[in-house]
Write a protein that binds this ligand. Structure first.
Ligand SMILES: C[S@@+](CC[C@H](N)C(=O)[O-])C[C@H]1O[C@@H](n2cnc3c(N)ncnc32)[C@H](O)[C@@H]1O
Length: 411
């Protein structure tokens, strides 16, 4: 009987279909920058449409790109966003910016003619860029860093980051910062071409794209709500000042992307030092040791006992202790709903139902597990799962993304 009840909690959905007003995941400013494992906006929109009313406060403690905030404005909710990655503040400011007219041609001409210089505090620059490009990139970024017009800076920053990465040896197709034969070839071809003109052409195209997306976002009539956005903070130790109505988040993934490592090239160009970046990456979940937590879940205990080898067990524990350690402290300030969006990971072939462990844990802390919405389509887009080359089938153990819906029980 109990098993039947658990089964009934799982509902199969397609978030894209549930929110037809958002026609695609890259529409408007939902994806100006390729942030790894970003929410599809429809998930947040679905949550806000169904579990909030205008004027409510929503909170995302692992906000990444800041999708929760971009969507919250559409539904008139105030919001607070945190992330360890300082890019959150930079990207979010662009995503919610109201577009204005600006003479892009003249802005780019000023950039070309500027004599300012900015040199990132990064020892490995020579490894990641051919020496021909560096003095040029120093000047381009020198212009950016000394620009007084904040709006112009917002318009430029994502295009500059993208094109600067294209001009580096990083293999853009890969999740991790890495050099490859393909990326070396790309740079060799660039070096033989009129690369300065190409740089400005690409930049102009990207700026145009950002502007178009900003106008698209305006069509949703985003509201002028109160928001707090904190990049570079450790959710494990940060305090929430005010109560919130709803928490929605997609916590870091078990054995996931290393977000800071992936972002570091961008962070150096934005002015962060190696030491600052190193400190941030040492705080990343689950790659750090955190104090033990009680995890109120039989599934958790059974799986942990099956994991072989201390290294994997440590990642497993650090993951749950980290994410639940943060959420245990924060849930006290959430007054109505907590929505956790997670995939099903697998470790050495063993499927780890993260969503179920979260549901069991918070049920035992007095939250009511209303349902888990399971989306199969999202998964393939959000994470690069292993696909069986013979059948083209995505590993069925990991091919879903689940939204765990928890309602506050009586306090
Ligand atoms: C799955 S991503 C969230 C993506 C987000 N939902 C979006 O729409 O872009 C998980 C995030 O957790 C962040 N993170 C990892 N460890 C953290 C920590 N100790 N404190 C705060 N954020 C952390 C990562 O930087 C990453 O952005």
């Amino acid at each position: 009987v109990f098993l039947m009840k658990v089964e009934e909690k799982y509902k199969y959905v397609a978030f894209r279909k549930l929110v037809p007003e958002i026609p695609s995941t890259t529409h408007a400013t939902f994806a100006l920058y390729h942030y790894p494992a970003k929410f599809i906006p429809q998930v947040v929109a679905y949550a806000l449409k169904n579990f909030t009313k205008p004027g409510d406060r929503v909170f995302d403690p692992f906000a990444g790109y800041g999708t929760t905030g971009v969507v919250a404005r559409i539904y008139g909710c105030h919001y607070e966003l945190w992330d360890l990655n300082p890019l959150l503040e930079v990207l979010h400011a662009v995503a919610i910016q109201t577009p204005k007219d600006l003479n892009v041609t003249s802005l780019l001409r000023q950039m070309e003619e500027s004599g300012e210089v900015f040199v990132p505090r990064w020892r490995n620059l020579d490894y990641w860029y051919p020496e021909d490009f560096l003095p040029f990139l120093f000047k381009v970024w020198g212009f950016y860093h000394t620009l007084k017009n904040d709006y112009a800076k917002r318009l430029l920053v994502i295009p500059l980051l993208k094109v600067t990465r294209y001009f580096s040896y990083d293999d853009i197709q890969r999740q991790k910062l890495s050099k490859s034969p393909k990326s070396i070839q790309r740079i060799q071809a660039l070096l033989k071409s009129d690369w300065k003109s190409k740089f400005f052409r690409m930049l102009r195209e990207e700026v145009k794209e950002v502007l178009e997306r900003m106008y698209e976002y305006q069509r949703y009539s985003p509201k002028d709500v109160k928001c707090t956005v904190k990049g570079g903070v450790d959710t494990l130790n940060e305090e929430l000042e005010e109560e919130v109505d709803l928490l929605i988040t997609s916590p870091p993934y078990l054995q996931s992307h290393e977000y800071i490592r992936q972002a570091k090239m961008d962070l150096f160009w934005l002015g962060f030092s190696e030491e600052e970046v190193k400190k941030l990456s040492e705080l990343e979940i689950p790659y750090r040791d955190v104090p033990p937590q009680r995890v109120h879940s039989d599934t958790y205990r059974e799986l942990r006992d099956q994991i072989e080898g201390p290294r994997l067990r440590r990642i497993f524990e650090n993951y749950f202790w980290g994410v639940l350690g943060a959420l245990n402290r924060l849930e006290a300030k959430v007054s109505s709903y907590m929505l956790l969006f997670v995939g099903r990971a697998s470790m050495r072939g063993q499927s780890i139902p993260i969503d179920q462990i979260f549901a069991e844990h918070f049920s035992s802390l007095g939250w009511i597990w209303e349902a888990t919405l399971v989306d199969r389509i999202v998964a393939r887009r959000m994470f690069s799962y292993k696909v069986n080359p013979a059948t083209g089938v995505v590993d069925s153990r990991t091919a879903t993304e689940n939204l765990v819906i928890l309602r506050r029980g009586r306090r």
